[in-house]
Design a protein around this ligand. Structure first.
Ligand code: SAJ
Length: 426
Protein backbone atom coordinates (compact mmCIF):
# COMPACT_ATOMS: atom_id res chain seq x y z
CA UNK A 1 0.00 0.00 0.00
CA UNK A 2 1.28 3.45 -0.86
CA UNK A 3 -0.04 6.37 1.18
CA UNK A 4 0.48 10.07 0.59
CA UNK A 5 -0.02 12.39 3.58
CA UNK A 6 -0.39 16.05 2.61
CA UNK A 7 0.73 18.45 5.35
CA UNK A 8 3.44 17.37 7.83
CA UNK A 9 2.30 19.41 10.82
CA UNK A 10 1.15 18.43 14.32
CA UNK A 11 -1.32 15.89 12.88
CA UNK A 12 0.14 14.97 9.48
CA UNK A 13 3.63 13.97 10.62
CA UNK A 14 2.54 11.70 13.51
CA UNK A 15 -0.15 10.18 11.27
CA UNK A 16 2.36 9.55 8.47
CA UNK A 17 4.80 7.94 10.92
CA UNK A 18 2.14 5.71 12.50
CA UNK A 19 0.96 4.50 9.07
CA UNK A 20 4.58 3.88 8.02
CA UNK A 21 5.04 1.72 11.11
CA UNK A 22 2.32 -0.63 9.79
CA UNK A 23 4.55 -1.43 6.82
CA UNK A 24 2.90 0.86 4.26
CA UNK A 25 5.08 3.00 1.99
CA UNK A 26 4.37 6.57 3.09
CA UNK A 27 5.24 9.78 1.30
CA UNK A 28 4.76 12.96 3.34
CA UNK A 29 4.19 16.14 1.34
CA UNK A 30 4.88 19.60 2.69
CA UNK A 31 5.27 23.01 1.07
CA UNK A 32 8.25 23.78 3.32
CA UNK A 33 11.61 22.48 2.01
CA UNK A 34 12.94 22.82 5.57
CA UNK A 35 10.28 20.40 6.91
CA UNK A 36 10.93 17.96 4.04
CA UNK A 37 14.69 18.04 4.66
CA UNK A 38 14.26 17.60 8.42
CA UNK A 39 11.98 14.56 8.02
CA UNK A 40 14.19 12.97 5.35
CA UNK A 41 17.14 13.20 7.73
CA UNK A 42 15.08 11.27 10.31
CA UNK A 43 14.43 14.26 12.56
CA UNK A 44 11.28 16.15 13.57
CA UNK A 45 10.42 19.86 13.46
CA UNK A 46 7.69 19.68 16.13
CA UNK A 47 7.73 18.64 19.78
CA UNK A 48 5.58 15.62 20.56
CA UNK A 49 6.18 12.83 23.04
CA UNK A 50 8.05 9.87 21.41
CA UNK A 51 7.64 11.26 17.87
CA UNK A 52 11.39 11.70 17.24
CA UNK A 53 12.17 8.03 17.88
CA UNK A 54 9.29 6.84 15.73
CA UNK A 55 10.17 9.12 12.79
CA UNK A 56 13.88 8.27 12.85
CA UNK A 57 12.98 4.55 12.89
CA UNK A 58 10.53 4.58 9.95
CA UNK A 59 12.77 6.90 7.89
CA UNK A 60 15.77 4.62 8.52
CA UNK A 61 13.69 1.59 7.43
CA UNK A 62 12.70 3.42 4.24
CA UNK A 63 8.94 3.35 5.01
CA UNK A 64 8.62 7.13 5.35
CA UNK A 65 10.08 9.80 3.16
CA UNK A 66 9.10 13.40 2.48
CA UNK A 67 8.90 15.60 -0.60
CA UNK A 68 7.46 18.88 -1.82
CA UNK A 69 6.13 17.05 -4.89
CA UNK A 70 3.12 14.74 -4.89
CA UNK A 71 3.35 11.24 -6.40
CA UNK A 72 0.73 8.62 -7.32
CA UNK A 73 -0.53 6.58 -4.32
CA UNK A 74 -3.44 4.36 -3.27
CA UNK A 75 -4.61 6.51 -0.36
CA UNK A 76 -4.28 10.29 0.07
CA UNK A 77 -4.68 11.81 3.54
CA UNK A 78 -5.12 15.60 3.63
CA UNK A 79 -4.02 17.14 6.96
CA UNK A 80 -3.40 20.80 6.16
CA UNK A 81 -4.43 23.82 8.29
CA UNK A 82 -7.87 25.45 8.02
CA UNK A 83 -7.44 28.88 9.62
CA UNK A 84 -10.06 31.60 9.67
CA UNK A 85 -9.74 34.96 8.04
CA UNK A 86 -11.31 38.31 8.85
CA UNK A 87 -14.67 38.16 10.69
CA UNK A 88 -14.00 34.52 11.61
CA UNK A 89 -14.74 33.28 8.08
CA UNK A 90 -13.18 29.81 7.61
CA UNK A 91 -10.45 29.61 4.97
CA UNK A 92 -10.35 26.23 3.20
CA UNK A 93 -7.79 27.44 0.64
CA UNK A 94 -5.08 25.00 1.81
CA UNK A 95 -7.52 22.07 1.58
CA UNK A 96 -8.50 22.97 -1.98
CA UNK A 97 -4.84 23.44 -2.91
CA UNK A 98 -4.10 19.95 -1.56
CA UNK A 99 -7.11 18.57 -3.49
CA UNK A 100 -5.74 20.17 -6.65
CA UNK A 101 -2.41 18.42 -6.14
CA UNK A 102 -4.15 15.08 -5.49
CA UNK A 103 -6.23 15.49 -8.65
CA UNK A 104 -3.07 15.60 -10.78
CA UNK A 105 -2.09 12.03 -9.82
CA UNK A 106 -5.45 10.44 -8.91
CA UNK A 107 -6.33 7.13 -10.60
CA UNK A 108 -9.16 4.58 -10.57
CA UNK A 109 -9.39 2.75 -7.21
CA UNK A 110 -7.77 5.49 -5.08
CA UNK A 111 -9.13 6.81 -1.78
CA UNK A 112 -8.98 10.47 -0.72
CA UNK A 113 -9.48 11.27 2.98
CA UNK A 114 -9.77 14.76 4.43
CA UNK A 115 -8.69 14.97 8.11
CA UNK A 116 -8.39 18.76 8.54
CA UNK A 117 -11.03 20.36 10.76
CA UNK A 118 -13.39 21.82 8.18
CA UNK A 119 -16.70 23.64 7.81
CA UNK A 120 -19.65 21.35 7.02
CA UNK A 121 -19.76 20.74 3.25
CA UNK A 122 -15.99 20.93 2.63
CA UNK A 123 -15.62 17.25 1.64
CA UNK A 124 -18.36 17.73 -0.96
CA UNK A 125 -16.47 20.80 -2.14
CA UNK A 126 -13.33 18.68 -2.47
CA UNK A 127 -15.34 16.13 -4.48
CA UNK A 128 -16.67 18.88 -6.80
CA UNK A 129 -13.18 20.29 -7.20
CA UNK A 130 -11.75 16.90 -8.18
CA UNK A 131 -14.68 16.30 -10.55
CA UNK A 132 -13.94 19.55 -12.32
CA UNK A 133 -10.19 18.94 -12.58
CA UNK A 134 -10.56 15.29 -13.60
CA UNK A 135 -13.65 14.90 -15.82
CA UNK A 136 -12.24 11.50 -16.89
CA UNK A 137 -12.89 10.06 -13.40
CA UNK A 138 -16.33 9.14 -12.03
CA UNK A 139 -16.58 10.83 -8.60
CA UNK A 140 -18.88 9.54 -5.81
CA UNK A 141 -22.33 10.91 -4.96
CA UNK A 142 -23.15 12.22 -8.40
CA UNK A 143 -25.90 10.31 -10.14
CA UNK A 144 -24.00 9.18 -13.18
CA UNK A 145 -24.88 5.51 -12.72
CA UNK A 146 -22.47 2.70 -11.78
CA UNK A 147 -19.81 2.80 -9.12
CA UNK A 148 -17.51 5.77 -8.65
CA UNK A 149 -13.87 5.41 -9.71
CA UNK A 150 -12.51 6.94 -6.49
CA UNK A 151 -13.61 7.06 -2.84
CA UNK A 152 -13.77 10.38 -0.96
CA UNK A 153 -14.29 10.59 2.82
CA UNK A 154 -13.89 12.81 5.86
CA UNK A 155 -12.28 11.51 9.04
CA UNK A 156 -11.39 14.15 11.63
CA UNK A 157 -8.38 13.85 13.88
CA UNK A 158 -9.27 14.12 17.57
CA UNK A 159 -5.90 13.77 19.28
CA UNK A 160 -4.69 15.78 22.23
CA UNK A 161 -1.28 17.47 21.90
CA UNK A 162 1.13 15.66 24.23
CA UNK A 163 -0.72 12.35 23.74
CA UNK A 164 -0.89 12.28 19.95
CA UNK A 165 0.85 8.94 19.34
CA UNK A 166 -1.30 7.18 21.94
CA UNK A 167 -4.59 8.77 20.91
CA UNK A 168 -4.00 8.21 17.15
CA UNK A 169 -4.21 4.49 17.90
CA UNK A 170 -6.61 4.29 20.84
CA UNK A 171 -9.27 6.92 20.07
CA UNK A 172 -12.48 5.99 18.27
CA UNK A 173 -12.68 7.38 14.74
CA UNK A 174 -15.71 8.86 13.02
CA UNK A 175 -15.51 8.15 9.30
CA UNK A 176 -17.87 10.01 7.00
CA UNK A 177 -18.15 8.95 3.38
CA UNK A 178 -19.56 10.93 0.48
CA UNK A 179 -21.37 7.58 -0.03
CA UNK A 180 -21.54 4.53 2.29
CA UNK A 181 -19.13 2.76 -0.09
CA UNK A 182 -16.59 5.60 0.36
CA UNK A 183 -16.93 5.30 4.14
CA UNK A 184 -16.25 1.56 3.98
CA UNK A 185 -13.13 2.08 1.87
CA UNK A 186 -11.78 4.65 4.35
CA UNK A 187 -12.71 2.35 7.27
CA UNK A 188 -10.62 -0.40 5.74
CA UNK A 189 -7.63 1.99 5.74
CA UNK A 190 -8.03 3.16 9.38
CA UNK A 191 -8.37 -0.44 10.57
CA UNK A 192 -4.66 -0.84 9.70
CA UNK A 193 -3.57 1.24 12.69
CA UNK A 194 -6.58 2.25 14.85
CA UNK A 195 -7.37 0.13 17.93
CA UNK A 196 -10.43 2.22 18.90
CA UNK A 197 -13.84 1.76 17.29
CA UNK A 198 -14.28 3.06 13.72
CA UNK A 199 -17.81 4.32 13.20
CA UNK A 200 -19.12 5.24 9.74
CA UNK A 201 -21.52 8.02 8.79
CA UNK A 202 -21.94 10.72 6.13
CA UNK A 203 -19.20 13.24 5.37
CA UNK A 204 -21.39 16.15 6.54
CA UNK A 205 -22.21 14.46 9.86
CA UNK A 206 -18.53 13.66 10.46
CA UNK A 207 -17.55 17.28 9.71
CA UNK A 208 -20.15 18.60 12.13
CA UNK A 209 -19.19 16.01 14.77
CA UNK A 210 -15.63 17.35 14.91
CA UNK A 211 -16.80 20.95 15.24
CA UNK A 212 -19.36 19.91 17.84
CA UNK A 213 -16.75 18.24 20.08
CA UNK A 214 -14.64 21.38 20.30
CA UNK A 215 -17.66 23.69 20.60
CA UNK A 216 -18.93 21.50 23.46
CA UNK A 217 -15.66 21.99 25.31
CA UNK A 218 -15.62 25.73 24.57
CA UNK A 219 -19.17 26.21 25.85
CA UNK A 220 -18.38 24.24 29.01
CA UNK A 221 -15.19 26.21 29.68
CA UNK A 222 -17.17 29.42 29.11
CA UNK A 223 -19.60 28.29 31.82
CA UNK A 224 -16.68 27.81 34.22
CA UNK A 225 -15.17 31.17 33.24
CA UNK A 226 -18.48 32.94 33.76
CA UNK A 227 -18.87 31.26 37.17
CA UNK A 228 -15.43 32.52 38.15
CA UNK A 229 -16.53 36.09 37.49
CA UNK A 230 -19.82 35.62 39.36
CA UNK A 231 -17.91 34.15 42.32
CA UNK A 232 -15.47 37.07 42.30
CA UNK A 233 -18.33 39.55 42.43
CA UNK A 234 -20.06 37.64 45.23
CA UNK A 235 -16.85 37.07 47.21
CA UNK A 236 -16.94 33.26 46.98
CA UNK A 237 -14.09 30.84 46.12
CA UNK A 238 -15.06 29.49 42.67
CA UNK A 239 -12.74 26.47 42.90
CA UNK A 240 -14.46 25.32 46.06
CA UNK A 241 -17.90 25.85 44.52
CA UNK A 242 -16.94 23.79 41.45
CA UNK A 243 -15.46 21.03 43.61
CA UNK A 244 -18.61 20.89 45.67
CA UNK A 245 -21.03 21.11 42.72
CA UNK A 246 -19.12 18.31 40.97
CA UNK A 247 -20.04 16.01 43.85
CA UNK A 248 -23.51 15.91 42.28
CA UNK A 249 -23.69 12.73 40.17
CA UNK A 250 -24.80 14.57 37.03
CA UNK A 251 -22.69 17.74 37.29
CA UNK A 252 -19.19 17.96 35.83
CA UNK A 253 -18.00 21.56 35.57
CA UNK A 254 -14.67 22.28 33.85
CA UNK A 255 -11.96 24.60 35.18
CA UNK A 256 -11.87 28.39 34.79
CA UNK A 257 -8.66 29.95 33.52
CA UNK A 258 -7.30 33.06 31.80
CA UNK A 259 -9.19 32.21 28.58
CA UNK A 260 -9.11 29.47 25.96
CA UNK A 261 -6.02 28.93 23.82
CA UNK A 262 -4.65 26.57 21.20
CA UNK A 263 -5.56 26.35 17.56
CA UNK A 264 -8.70 24.26 17.84
CA UNK A 265 -11.13 25.07 20.61
CA UNK A 266 -10.87 28.84 20.14
CA UNK A 267 -11.27 28.46 16.35
CA UNK A 268 -13.62 25.60 15.48
CA UNK A 269 -16.80 26.96 17.11
CA UNK A 270 -16.62 29.87 14.65
CA UNK A 271 -16.99 27.36 11.79
CA UNK A 272 -20.38 26.40 13.22
CA UNK A 273 -21.33 30.05 13.76
CA UNK A 274 -20.38 30.85 10.18
CA UNK A 275 -22.35 27.86 8.85
CA UNK A 276 -25.55 28.74 10.74
CA UNK A 277 -25.27 32.35 12.01
CA UNK A 278 -28.91 32.65 13.09
CA UNK A 279 -28.86 29.45 15.13
CA UNK A 280 -25.71 29.78 17.18
CA UNK A 281 -26.36 32.32 19.96
CA UNK A 282 -24.96 30.06 22.68
CA UNK A 283 -21.86 28.96 20.75
CA UNK A 284 -21.05 32.53 19.70
CA UNK A 285 -21.59 33.87 23.23
CA UNK A 286 -19.33 31.16 24.69
CA UNK A 287 -16.54 32.29 22.36
CA UNK A 288 -17.07 35.88 23.46
CA UNK A 289 -17.16 34.94 27.16
CA UNK A 290 -13.87 33.05 26.85
CA UNK A 291 -12.16 35.85 24.94
CA UNK A 292 -13.46 38.43 27.42
CA UNK A 293 -12.08 36.37 30.32
CA UNK A 294 -8.56 37.07 29.09
CA UNK A 295 -9.17 40.85 29.12
CA UNK A 296 -10.72 40.57 32.57
CA UNK A 297 -7.61 38.77 33.88
CA UNK A 298 -5.39 41.51 32.43
CA UNK A 299 -7.49 44.17 34.19
CA UNK A 300 -7.52 42.35 37.53
CA UNK A 301 -3.82 41.54 37.45
CA UNK A 302 -3.01 45.14 36.50
CA UNK A 303 -5.03 46.37 39.47
CA UNK A 304 -3.20 44.03 41.87
CA UNK A 305 0.19 45.11 40.53
CA UNK A 306 -0.75 48.80 40.61
CA UNK A 307 -1.85 48.41 44.24
CA UNK A 308 1.77 47.46 45.14
CA UNK A 309 3.97 50.10 43.54
CA UNK A 310 7.57 49.07 42.90
CA UNK A 311 7.09 45.46 44.00
CA UNK A 312 8.59 42.90 41.55
CA UNK A 313 5.99 40.78 39.75
CA UNK A 314 6.30 37.15 38.57
CA UNK A 315 4.03 35.82 35.80
CA UNK A 316 4.00 32.03 35.97
CA UNK A 317 3.58 30.37 32.57
CA UNK A 318 3.18 31.31 28.91
CA UNK A 319 1.96 28.02 27.36
CA UNK A 320 -1.65 27.63 26.21
CA UNK A 321 -2.12 24.78 28.66
CA UNK A 322 -0.29 22.72 31.26
CA UNK A 323 2.97 20.84 30.66
CA UNK A 324 3.45 21.66 26.97
CA UNK A 325 5.81 24.00 25.12
CA UNK A 326 3.18 25.42 22.74
CA UNK A 327 2.66 29.18 23.13
CA UNK A 328 0.53 29.78 20.04
CA UNK A 329 -2.83 31.47 20.70
CA UNK A 330 -2.05 31.34 24.39
CA UNK A 331 -4.10 33.48 26.78
CA UNK A 332 -1.26 33.27 29.32
CA UNK A 333 1.11 34.80 26.78
CA UNK A 334 -1.41 37.54 25.97
CA UNK A 335 -1.81 38.43 29.65
CA UNK A 336 1.94 38.36 30.37
CA UNK A 337 2.74 40.55 27.35
CA UNK A 338 0.04 43.08 28.32
CA UNK A 339 1.43 43.26 31.87
CA UNK A 340 5.01 43.56 30.59
CA UNK A 341 3.96 46.41 28.29
CA UNK A 342 2.37 48.24 31.19
CA UNK A 343 4.78 47.47 34.05
CA UNK A 344 8.04 46.93 32.11
CA UNK A 345 11.10 45.65 33.97
CA UNK A 346 9.11 44.97 37.14
CA UNK A 347 7.72 41.92 35.33
CA UNK A 348 9.59 38.61 35.46
CA UNK A 349 8.40 35.65 33.45
CA UNK A 350 8.77 32.04 34.57
CA UNK A 351 8.28 29.44 31.84
CA UNK A 352 10.13 26.13 32.19
CA UNK A 353 9.31 25.32 28.54
CA UNK A 354 11.03 28.46 27.12
CA UNK A 355 14.75 29.09 26.60
CA UNK A 356 14.21 32.73 25.67
CA UNK A 357 11.29 35.13 25.83
CA UNK A 358 9.06 35.20 22.71
CA UNK A 359 9.57 38.28 20.50
CA UNK A 360 6.26 39.76 21.69
CA UNK A 361 8.17 40.84 24.83
CA UNK A 362 10.81 42.76 22.85
CA UNK A 363 11.27 46.26 24.18
CA UNK A 364 9.12 45.72 27.28
CA UNK A 365 12.03 45.24 29.72
CA UNK A 366 10.51 42.00 31.08
CA UNK A 367 12.97 39.17 31.81
CA UNK A 368 12.83 35.37 31.81
CA UNK A 369 13.83 33.98 35.22
CA UNK A 370 13.69 30.56 36.81
CA UNK A 371 11.12 29.64 39.41
CA UNK A 372 13.54 29.78 42.36
CA UNK A 373 14.61 33.35 41.47
CA UNK A 374 10.99 34.43 41.10
CA UNK A 375 10.01 32.93 44.45
CA UNK A 376 12.92 34.72 46.09
CA UNK A 377 12.34 38.15 44.57
CA UNK A 378 8.71 38.64 43.51
CA UNK A 379 6.16 40.12 45.88
CA UNK A 380 3.25 39.75 43.46
CA UNK A 381 2.63 36.48 41.61
CA UNK A 382 0.20 35.92 38.75
CA UNK A 383 -0.30 32.18 38.09
CA UNK A 384 -1.34 31.77 34.45
CA UNK A 385 -0.58 28.12 33.57
CA UNK A 386 -1.12 25.00 35.66
CA UNK A 387 2.27 23.40 34.91
CA UNK A 388 3.08 20.63 37.44
CA UNK A 389 6.19 22.60 38.42
CA UNK A 390 4.06 25.52 39.66
CA UNK A 391 1.54 23.31 41.45
CA UNK A 392 4.40 21.83 43.46
CA UNK A 393 5.32 25.15 45.16
CA UNK A 394 4.39 24.71 48.84
CA UNK A 395 2.43 27.31 50.78
CA UNK A 396 5.48 28.33 52.85
CA UNK A 397 7.16 29.69 49.71
CA UNK A 398 4.20 31.83 48.67
CA UNK A 399 2.22 32.71 51.82
CA UNK A 400 3.91 36.12 52.10
CA UNK A 401 3.10 37.07 48.48
CA UNK A 402 0.16 38.78 46.83
CA UNK A 403 -1.11 36.02 44.57
CA UNK A 404 -3.61 36.05 41.72
CA UNK A 405 -4.13 32.39 40.86
CA UNK A 406 -6.09 32.29 37.58
CA UNK A 407 -5.97 28.45 37.36
CA UNK A 408 -6.77 27.43 40.91
CA UNK A 409 -3.46 25.61 41.35
CA UNK A 410 -3.03 26.61 45.02
CA UNK A 411 -6.28 25.89 46.89
CA UNK A 412 -4.48 26.46 50.23
CA UNK A 413 -3.42 30.04 49.35
CA UNK A 414 -4.97 32.43 51.90
CA UNK A 415 -7.81 34.52 50.42
CA UNK A 416 -6.47 37.63 48.73
CA UNK A 417 -6.40 40.40 51.27
CA UNK A 418 -6.27 42.81 48.35
CA UNK A 419 -9.39 41.69 46.57
CA UNK A 420 -11.12 44.93 47.57
CA UNK A 421 -8.15 46.98 46.37
CA UNK A 422 -8.14 45.00 43.12
CA UNK A 423 -11.80 45.64 42.56
CA UNK A 424 -11.50 49.36 43.41
CA UNK A 425 -8.52 49.80 41.14
CA UNK A 426 -10.13 47.94 38.22
N1 SAJ B 1 -9.10 24.79 29.29
C1 SAJ B 1 -9.65 25.48 30.36
N2 SAJ B 1 -10.38 24.78 31.28
C2 SAJ B 1 -10.57 23.43 31.16
C3 SAJ B 1 -10.01 22.75 30.07
C4 SAJ B 1 -9.28 23.45 29.14
O1 SAJ B 1 -9.48 26.70 30.50
O2 SAJ B 1 -11.23 22.88 32.05
C5 SAJ B 1 -8.31 25.54 28.29
C6 SAJ B 1 -6.84 25.10 28.22
O3 SAJ B 1 -6.07 25.69 29.22
C7 SAJ B 1 -6.47 25.54 26.82
C8 SAJ B 1 -7.76 25.35 26.03
O4 SAJ B 1 -8.80 25.26 26.99
O5 SAJ B 1 -6.10 26.91 26.80
C9 SAJ B 1 -7.80 24.12 25.15
O6 SAJ B 1 -7.20 23.01 25.79
P1 SAJ B 1 -7.81 21.52 25.71
O7 SAJ B 1 -6.94 20.63 26.52
O8 SAJ B 1 -9.24 21.55 26.09
O9 SAJ B 1 -7.79 21.16 24.16
P2 SAJ B 1 -6.70 21.16 22.97
O10 SAJ B 1 -6.86 22.43 22.19
O11 SAJ B 1 -5.33 20.81 23.42
O12 SAJ B 1 -7.24 19.90 22.09
C10 SAJ B 1 -8.61 19.86 21.69
C11 SAJ B 1 -9.19 18.47 22.06
N3 SAJ B 1 -10.64 18.48 21.90
C12 SAJ B 1 -11.50 18.13 22.90
O13 SAJ B 1 -11.11 17.82 24.00
C13 SAJ B 1 -12.95 18.13 22.58
C14 SAJ B 1 -8.56 17.41 21.20
O14 SAJ B 1 -9.16 16.14 21.42
C15 SAJ B 1 -8.71 17.77 19.71
O15 SAJ B 1 -8.10 16.81 18.86
C16 SAJ B 1 -8.03 19.10 19.48
O16 SAJ B 1 -8.68 20.10 20.28
C17 SAJ B 1 -8.14 19.45 18.01
O17 SAJ B 1 -7.15 19.24 17.28
O18 SAJ B 1 -9.23 19.83 17.55
Amino acid sequence: LKVCVLGLGYIGLPTAAVIARTGAQVLGIDVSPHVVETVNSGRVHIEEVDLDGLVSGVVARGSLRASTQIEPADVFVIAVPTPFGADHVPDVGYVLKAATAVATVLKVGDTVILESTSPVGTTEQVRDFIAELRPDLKVPGRSSGGHADVAIAYCPERVLPGRILVELIDNDRVIGGITPRCARRALHFYRRFVRGACVTTTARAAEMTKLTENAFRDVNIAFANELSRVAETLGVDVWEVIRLANRHPRVNILQPGPGVGGHCIAVDPWFLVHGAPDDTQLIRTAREVNDAKCDHVIARASALIAAHPGVPVACLGLAFKANIDDFRESPALKVAVALAQRFGSRVQIVEPYADTLPSAFDGTGATLVDLDDALERAGVMIALVDHDLFRSVPLEERCDKHVYDTRGIWPDQPAVADSRAMRLAS
